[in-house]
Ligand binder design. Sequence first.
Ligand code: IZC
Ligand code: ZN
Length: 413
Amino acid sequence: MPDLVIRSHHIATMSGETGYGLVDGWLAVSGGRILAVEPGEPPEAWLESSSGVTCVDARDRVVLPGYVDAHTHLVHAGSREDELAMKLEGVPYLDILARGGGIHGTVRRTREATESELYRKAEGSLDRMLMHGTTTAEAKSGYGLDLETEVKCLRVVQALDRSHPVDLVSTYLGAHAVPSGFRGNTRGYMDFMISTVMPQVRAEGLAEFIDVFCEEGVFSPDETRVLLEAGRKAGFGLKLHADEIVPLGGAELAAEFGAVSADHLLAASDAGIEALARAGVTAVLLPGTSFYLMTGRFARARRMIDAGVRVAVATDFNPGTCPCESLQAIQVFACMGLRMTPAEILRGMTIHAAHAIRRQHVIGSIEPGKWADLVLHDAPNPDWLVYHFGSNTVDRVYKKGQAVVSDGRRISS
Ligand code: IZC
Ligand code: ZN
């Protein structure tokens, strides 16, 4: 006997290789997991009030798997609206960084913040994610760069994963920038990460992945190679900020190392795209960031999809290039900027995103055995979710079968 049955004309299961895997019927949940998804009417006995089954009539709702945000810089202090004027004058992102702004400014503030201040700020962001339909997110460190602050931020991720309905998957991104204390001594900073930080992060179980910002003026492909090698040896899964601004062969590198994902990829070469397809690396595209960088450039999603690359779409939530927690807000940029179809986008934010964080067996689609992470959207059909923009469509969110958002508001369960 299930605990919960939801009826809907539009259950976008995301099963199968393409499209929504639409079911006009019902789904049943037991013990937090999907028990069945079937067309037609649920068994009559379950609809009786005496059956003990909670029946939800969502026939005027679209049911989607909870969104999976596969790329976020969740934990940080402060914000960077003070850089907007510079951006509007046309100062490029990498110039702001080279002047000691950008990431470096956020690092200064994050080092000064206490663990509980960081926790409270990130918790607010997680609440916004959840209210916009995200039930699992990846979270990177990378605004501490020193041992103490990186560990502090990763502990915040760990604590929030335990206390907040949104599940978190954590990534050590010490290789986000070379900190001021190591300026001109990138190798010294790399040695520090490899011999001091990675072992401690591993020993405390604070991160599943490592990531490297492989970019001109940040970490070169040769340096990235050394870091990926060390991360792999230490037992981490691999992710890469690849070919975001300057084409450096980041996609090729991600493929060579069998990374779980290669992210950004605006400047990825044809050979890099082919290599991602061959190696089965998930491309995580971040069109909100492309929009916010104001360069008019977007990743070549169509070429990637045609080449057979699995494409996920994420927010890149961070205080510099995408101060936005809502995957719904990103959909319009994925459609108009990346030219992805609504079905490609919604798969990119569910099942493909689950692949990008190695959770494809437990979340990302509505299939028997997976967690019942479900979102009821106030929309006439799934395409409409991408087509209409600027307002929140989430009516109700279930995390592992428990209602955690109702009437668009967070409730405690
Ligand atoms: O804080 O600027 N691209 N890292 C790489 C970022 C953007 C985050 C930031
Ligand atoms: Zn990023």
